[in-house]
Write a protein that binds this ligand. Structure first.
Ligand code: ACO
Ligand code: PYR
Length: 527
């Protein structure tokens, strides 16, 4: 069984992705999470680059990681014409006080000559001096060979000299970087084999996803002998991102034979992979990014079945349309309801809700879904509305409140400020509640008034909030008389859920989606 070291660079290369910006606190939280989940190396940042990264290392020095992950500080080789110990980059790396430093250096003769503007000999000296300096300071040095594959293809005499210089100077691993992300798996395999005869220390792989091959290229290098893989959670990173470690780990733990990762036992039974979904969502949440539904293994849609024929087969044998059991990566199977559904979709959801599964009810629900989708409803992103519809048709739905009336005023002050006020009158049990609220717009005001009216009876509503509101015109040829579909996403501390409303009037469509959202929360709180 071969152990593959997993090296995470979400906090450094991941932060180089467009739209990614971690606060110091975010970085600390992510590092601790990765450590807990058994990652071998965590690259925390580039201390020369900015005070936040430098402070990150200080924070982790004061309160170190608690498990086995080694913390790495990243930097480049010494500048041309400077003695390593006097280079500000080296000084910043020493100050980071990490057990490991990761040094990026040039493999490509073009980059050395044209980009750095140094001779090929000076580039080798920069690599050698830098690695020797850190080794003499008692550091483990990981050497990231930038543009490794492109450099090797362009000059197969010079590229090996660069990694030999790092190895002879005491680096512990040479990491072959597909920096521009343009290589193919067969090239990666071939060059990895050639590199392994140039140096006798372990090889690692670091790939970018510009050709959508970062994960495949990482696996290809591992099959060709690399024992260390670098990447980021969810594939965040410069341009099109880095290899997504979620997929790399899942493939190594569950698909490929003979590899051991994240402390798993290498038995291809999920060891190390069960918390990947949790990790992926944690990083999205901290990065304040929307998760990618179609992300392999961990995305919301990774095990979502929509077509009636698929759902019919999955009910008999899940593996008929699933490559692994979703629980092996901590994900779950979802059955979607739409006009493409058959009775099997409805049956699966009724089973989940423990509803009576008579054939007649399933037929009625399916007919209603097809009819409503024809009017513009969509239940795919509105599972909570579907659940309420199912209960209504099954006769088990008990509304928690009834609308008597709502009223909305939008005024514009002389200075141009718009003011929106909503009044809601509800029957809640024996009581009539009449409340008014102001809001940023009609829906916000309506939501405020509705919650005020219900707060006394249902304090649990305080724990939920709206996270997304989408409006779509659905029969645009009818111009202003067109219907609109409103989809609202809500969440509480446990889950998120979607609801839908369709009407010619956007306020009424919003009201329908709002009411379903609150009713769903109240039903869940009772169960
Ligand atoms: C493949 C990768 O992802 S490598 C990591 C890339 N990440 C980043 O660039 C993010 C962090 N970077 C930074 O904060 C800044 O670029 C710094 C602090 C490192 C340097 O900033 P500056 O000194 O203003 O230089 P600038 O960014 O404009 O240019 C890079 C400099 O590094 C030099 N350089 C680049 N790579 C190397 C290397 N491997 N070894 C030595 N010097 C290098 C360049 O020649 C250039 O120096 P020059 O202007 O004297 O020619
Ligand atoms: C080191 C690195 O990030 C790269 O070459 O892509």
């Amino acid at each position: 069984m071969k152990t593959i070291q997993i090296y995470d660079t979400t906090l450094r290369d991941g932060a180089q992705g467009e739209g990614v910006s971690f606060s110091l606190e975010d970085k600390v939280l992510i590092a601790r999470k990765l450590d807990k989940l058994g990652f071998d190396f965590i690259e925390g940042g580039y201390p020369l680059s900015n005070p936040k990264d430098a402070e990150f290392f200080q924070r982790l020095h004061e309160k170190p990681l608690e498990n086995n992950a080694k913390l790495c500080a990243f930097g480049m080789t010494r500048r041309k014409g400077v003695v390593a110990k006097d280079d500000p980059g080296m000084i910043a790396l020493i100050k980071a006080e990490t057990p490991v430093v990761t040094i990026v250096g040039k493999t490509s003769d073009f980059h050395a000559k044209e980009v750095l503007g140094v001779s090929l000999e000076e580039n080798l000296a920069m690599i050698r001096d830098t690695v020797e300096f850190f080794v003499s300071e008692g550091k483990e040095v990981i050497y990231d060979a930038e543009h490794f594959f492109d450099g090797w293809k362009a000059n197969a005499d010079y590229a090996p000299q660069t990694i030999k210089a790092a190895a002879e100077a005491g680096a512990s691993i040479i990491v072959m970087c597909d920096t521009n992300g343009g290589s193919l798996p067969e090239e990666i395999a071939q060059i990895t084999k050639e590199a392994s005869s140039a140096v006798d220390i372990p090889l690692g792989i670091h790939t970018h996803n510009d050709s959508e091959l970062a994960v495949a290229n990482s696996l290809s290098a591992i099959d060709a002998g690399a024992t260390h893989v670098q990447g980021t959670i969810n594939g965040l990173g410069e341009r099109c991102g880095n290899a997504d470690l979620i997929s790399v780990v899942a493939n190594l733990a569950l698909k490929k034979q003979g590899y051991q990762v994240l402390g798993g036992d290498g038995s291809n039974s999920g060891g190390g992979a069960e918390r990947l979904t949790e990790l992926s969502r944690y990083v999205y949440e901290i990065a304040n990014m929307l998760p990618r539904n179609g992300q392999p293994f961990v995305g919301q849609s990774a095990f979502a079945h929509k077509g009636g024929m698929h759902v019919h087969a999955v009910a008999k044998a899940a593996h008929s349309y699933e490559h692994i059991d979703p629980t092996e990566v901590g994900n779950e199977r979802r059955i979607l309801v739409s006009e493409l559904s058959g009775r099997s979709n409805i049956l699966a959801l009724a089973t989940k809700l423990e509803l009576d599964k008579d054939k007649d009810l399933m037929g009625r629900v399916l007919k209603e879904v097809v009819e409503l989708e024809n009017q513009g409803y969509q239940f795919e992103a509105a599972e909570a509305s579907f659940e309420i519809l199912l209960k209504k048709l099954a006769g088990t739905f008990q509304p928690h409140f009834e609308l008597i009336k709502y009223h909305i005023d939008v005024d514009r002050l002389p200075d141009g400020t718009p003011i929106t006020e909503a009044t809601v009158k509800l029957q809640v049990g024996e009581e009539v509640r009449h409340e008014v609220a102001e809001g940023d717009g009609p829906v916000n005001a309506l939501d405020g008034a509705l919650r005020k009216a219900l707060a006394g009876h249902f304090p649990e509503l305080a724990k939920m909030h709206l996270v997304d509101y989408k409006v779509r015109v659905i029969n645009s040829e009818a111009a202003t008389a067109a219907s609109v579909r409103v989809v609202i996403e809500s969440r509480d501390e446990i889950e998120s859920w979607g609801t839908v409303g369709v009407h010619e009037n956007v306020i009424e469509a919003s009201w329908m989606a709002l009411v379903d959202s609150l009713e769903y929360k109240l039903c869940r709180s009772e169960s």
